[in-house]
Every structure is written in C-alpha cells, then in structure tokens.
Design a protein around this ligand. Structure first.
Ligand code: NAP
Length: 248
C-alpha cells in the first residue's frame, strides 16, 4: 500500500493536515485538496517535503464536481491511488433548526455528504478490482454529533454526519468483494479551527469537562486512527465506524 497515492480532501488545516503528514511519514504520496487557504496548503507541502515525503496540493471545493474531477486527475498523474480520506467538512453557526436558511442546509449537505459520495465514486472507479484496480481504502470523517444530534447547536451538521455513517456501512458492503475497505472515524471534541468557523472558537475547550477523559483530542490523535485504518493492520476492518472521542 505504501508508495501509493492517498487523496485527502481538506488537507491544508486541522485533521486533514495532520493526516497528510502522518500518511507521508508512512510512505504514502499525498495528493490533498484545500478550499481557499493556499498559504496553509503550501506549508503542508513544505513540511512533508522537508522530511523527504512527496505531496501536491490542489485547490478543490468538494461542493464542485468539476473541482473533484480535477483533484482526481492530479492524483492520477502523481501515481496509483491506494486510499481516499473524505475529510473536508464544515459546521454552521450555532442555531436552532427553525432559524436555518435553505441555503445553509443545502451547502452543509453539498459539502459534507454529496462531496464525500462523489469523491468515493471516483476512488471506487480507480481502486475497485471490478474496474481493473488494485484495491484500496476509503476513510470517511463522521462525528460523534451523528450520535448526539447536536440540538440547539447544529442539527443539520449532525444529520450530515449520520448520512456519512450510513454511507460507510453501505458502500463498505458494496465493494467488500472488490478489494476496497471502507471505514469511518467519529471524532469527539478536537482542537482545530473548525469551532472558530462556527463562531465559537472556545467550544471544544469549554465542553472538555463533559468528556469522560476530561480533555479535548488533538488532530494527531485522529490522524493516527485514520492511518491505522489505511494500513494492512486493519485488513479485516470494513463498514466499521470508530469513535475517537475520549469516551464521549
Ligand atoms: P478545519 O480545521 O476547519 O479544517 C477544514 C479543512 O477542510 C481545511 O483544510 C479547509 O480548507 C477544508 N475545507 C473547508 N471547506 C471545504 C470545501 N468546501 N471543500 C474542500 N475543502 C474544504 O476542520 P477539522 O476540525 O480538521 O475537521 C475535519 C473533519 O473532521 C470534518 O469533516 C469535520 O466535520 C470532522 N470533525 C471535526 C471535529 C472537531 O472537533 N474538529 C469533530 C468531529 C468531526 P482551507 O484551509 O482552504 O479553508
């Protein structure tokens, strides 16, 4: 599996960045997407190259099918695809469902659900033995919000992650005989900039006392679980959803 390309959506910051660096240190060639932050994307490429890894960054908004096809074309030129990490995702500002606009909900679903399914479609076309591929792994980023529902915060986000859980189970079964494993990680409260993008930068730290382990998690702790799922050590794991949440 090493020596092969992994595509990571949203690899410029947070969990995606940590996953890119962890996968590169295990020998993967990294092709990652970013939405807008070119400086952060360049920093990730430099960090990986400084440790003799290989990485390319491609501007790719996963709400755009055209961008997704461009990301996969860039990966095709880079090498043989071995894994996809569907990491790109957004939250919304704290609100009740009866305050949400249609535009907000549609954008949430376009990025968090449709983007992940379209990326998986492209990965299956390349990795499935049914299509002449050599197999591979797809790891989807869900959230413990899928179990908790996130009332009075962002039920739309929680629902999008519930869809990711169902998608993981179904796609895993669909391609289990074609050399592809599919799994999801449900992170808990992780110390990244996503909370600031929802207008509440201190959210994770404020809620930390409610976590059984009494602390937030780090992006590296999620990345370590993702690269384990990508590895042959997880060779009998498919259609599985792993909570990495300090017990939350
Ligand atoms: P983050 O720190 O906000 O980073 C988001 C990354 O995704 C950035 O690289 C960003 O690119 C990219 N991105 C944003 N919108 C995008 C779009 N439309 N198309 C493509 N890329 C896009 O997020 P994170 O905390 O690392 O979260 C990563 C994943 O883990 C998400 O799916 C999230 O739902 C899930 N998760 C996170 C937590 C948590 O507590 N942090 C908990 C549960 C689940 P730019 O740099 O260009 O903006």
């Amino acid at each position: 599996m090493t020596d092969r390309v992994v595509i990571i959506t949203g690899g410029s910051r947070g969990i995606g960045r940590a996953t890119a660096i962890a996968a590169a240190s295990r020998g993967f060639k990294i092709c990652f997407g970013y939405a807008a932050n070119e400086a952060a994307a360049r920093e990730v490429v430099s960090t990986i190259e400084a440790k003799n890894g290989k990485a390319i960054a491609v501007k790719c908004d996963v709400a755009s099918e055209k961008d997704i096809l461009g990301l996969f074309r860039a990966a095709d030129e880079f090498g043989t695809l071995g894994a996809l990490v569907n990491n790109a995702g957004i939250i919304g500002v704290t609100s009740r469902v009866d305050e949400m606009s249609a535009e907000r909900i549609q954008r949430m679903m376009a990025i968090n659900i449709t983007g992940s399914i379209l990326c998986a479609r492209e990965a299956v076309k390349r990795m499935s033995t049914r299509h002449g591929g050599k197999g591979g792994v797809i790891v989807n980023l869900s959230s413990v919000a899928a179990k908790l529902g996130a009332p009075n915060t962002y039920v739309d986000y929680a629902a999008s992650k519930g869809a990711i859980d169902s998608f993981t189970i179904g796609l895993g079964h669909e391609v289990a005989g074609e050399g592809i494993r599919v799994a999801a990680i449900r992170p808990g409260l992780i110390d990244t900039e996503i909370h600031g993008s929802g207008g509440d930068p201190d959210r994770a730290h404020r809620l930390a006392p409610m976590v059984p382990m009494k602390r937030v998690g780090s992006a590296d702790e999620i990345a370590n679980a993702i690269v384990w799922l990508m590895s042959d050590d997880a060779s009998y794991v498919t259609s599985a959803i792993l909570d990495v949440s300090g017990g939350r």
